[in-house]
Design a protein around this ligand. Structure first.
Ligand SMILES: Nc1ncnc2c1ncn2[C@@H]1O[C@H](COP(=O)(O)OP(=O)(O)OP(=O)(O)O)[C@@H](O)[C@H]1O
Ligand SMILES: [Mg+2]
Length: 434
């Protein structure tokens, strides 16, 4: 069978198969090219392409094309997902120094890195001495530290470690490029670490969704030479379902490509790729949802309900309308857009994927696993409805009967604080057929 040009499990390692992210790449390299040799912190939700970006940045052909000499600028990738609770700063440096020694071509420096990596304890002085030699020889080291939150969250890495690392990054030819799911400062094991000046050496670079142009380019270039063409209707459907999200777009395209290769007719293709996509996407939706706080869950639900109600054809909703329905919409929107869960356009927003919207409603209304009947729950939770007027109380109770028990408090908290409770109740009733 013909090789599928769309892949969605492992990070992209071939630069020819890496798309978009031009602005982010330029920003990172321009900070490395300037005299200060500056660090960057890449922040992106799960599966937004952090590791793929790191593989791309550290590819010799890319480094060269960016005007840096790969023999002088040593890019070292390390996956910190493997870091355990027992990993100490010394162990961290031993590993990196060994990697440096393997990577550099200059024999003298190779031996020095190997020797430094053998030391029983590695402190900032040892490292400063080592990077002084790196400097004398005209080398530069760039550490690409993937999933760096594993370091900031580990109590084994105290404030001293970060102070030392900061000083090396400022005064020696060492630059850091970290990746994390959220901003590092929010992912620290203690206040002492999060208040460290370490974090101000970085420029934050957010990996969001692709632009529509980047997504189109990914499809067109990947299909080149395969003999397969997606119809304009299929492209539109792909974007509705995957919303310019790198991972979901690759997954959706993967199944649509497979349907074409199988020789299925248009309607069968549609059924095939959508079903496969939904199965693949569901665990990831669960993870995004599970990592959302209550405010984010409420706003995601509001958008899913609005979409279900089918109010607009372009599925976008304005900030004012959202604020009416949930009073904290404006602040919540910013975080969700950064996480790539929403698409924004001129102050109007929609969920990144129609399938995600449908999943949210199924999740919220799933009562199958409930241990108590709704009536028993209501009898034991009557007081939680006291805050509503008597008219609203019966409407809220009716709505709650359609909501899974684990989400009833969430809905109560939402409805207890709206700008316009009638609008919020009206939306829930219309979308849930209450
Ligand atoms: N720039 C890109 N071009 C093409 N495909 C991409 C790109 N970035 C990400 N992808 C797609 O998204 C998938 C996930 O990418 P990747 O593993 O790099 O994300 P990640 O942010 O490191 O994920 P995790 O948080 O799970 O570590 C890849 O397998 C690929 O299908
Ligand atoms: Mg990764």
């Amino acid at each position: 069978m013909q090789a599928n040009p769309f892949t969605y499990g492992n990070p992209i390692s071939d630069p020819a198969r890496f798309f978009g992210r031009r602005r982010e790449i330029e920003q990172i390299f321009s900070r490395l090219r300037n005299a200060e040799f500056e660090s960057s912190s890449v922040v992106g939700e799960y599966r937004t392409g952090k590791t793929s970006l790191f593989k791309y940045l550290s590819h010799p052909s890319v480094i060269k094309a960016q005007g840096l000499d790969p023999r002088r600028f040593v890019f070292l990738y390390d996956d910190l997902g493997m870091l355990s609770k027992a990993t100490t700063p010394t162990r961290f440096w031993q590993r990196l120094l060994r990697k440096i020694s393997r990577k550099v071509g200059e024999p003298g420096l190779k031996a020095i890195a190997r020797e430094a990596g053998k030391a029983k304890t590695i402190d900032t002085y040892t490292l400063a001495d080592f990077f002084d030699i790196v400097d004398e020889q005209g080398w530069h080291v760039i550490l690409l530290l993937d999933e760096f939150e594993n370091v900031t969250k580990s109590p084994a890495f105290g404030p001293d470690f970060f102070t030392g690392l900061r000083s090396l990054a400022i005064h020696r030819p060492l630059a850091l490029i970290t990746s994390s799911r959220r901003e590092l400062i929010d992912l620290c094991h203690s206040k002492e670490v999060s208040s460290s000046p370490f974090f101000n050496i970085f420029a934050n670079i957010n990996l969001r969704l692709f632009t529509p142009e980047e997504a189109q380019e990914l499809i067109s270039k990947s299909l080149q030479g395969t003999g397969v063409a997606f119809t304009p209707t299929e492209r539109t459907a792909l974007f509705q379902v995957s919303g310019y999200h790198p991972f979901f777009l690759q997954a959706a395209c993967h199944f649509l490509f497979e349907a074409h290769v199988k020789g299925l007719a248009e309607a069968e293709r549609r059924r095939f790729w959508r079903k496969e996509f939904e199965e693949e996407a569901t665990p990831h939706f669960k993870q995004y949802w599970g990592n959302s706080d209550d405010g984010e869950k409420i706003l995601l639900t509001v958008l899913a309900l609005l979409e279900r109600k089918g109010q607009t054809t372009d599925r976008h909703f304005g900030v004012d309308e959202l604020n009416e329905l949930y009073s904290r919409s404006e602040v919540t929107l910013i975080g969700l857009e950064k996480r790539g869960l929403l698409l924004g356009q001129d102050d109007r927003y929609r969920l990144f994927s129609t399938v995600f919207g449908r999943w949210i409603i199924r999740e919220m209304t799933d009562t199958a696993g409930d241990e108590q009947t709704f009536e028993a729950w209501l009898a034991s939770s009557k007081s939680s409805l006291d805050r509503f007027s008597s008219k609203a109380r019966s409407e809220v109770a009716e709505i709650l009967s359609k909501i899974g028990s684990q989400y009833r408090d969430l809905v109560i908290n939402w409805l207890a604080d709206p700008r316009n409770i009638a609008a919020a109740i009206g939306l829930l009733r219309a979308a849930l057929n209450v």
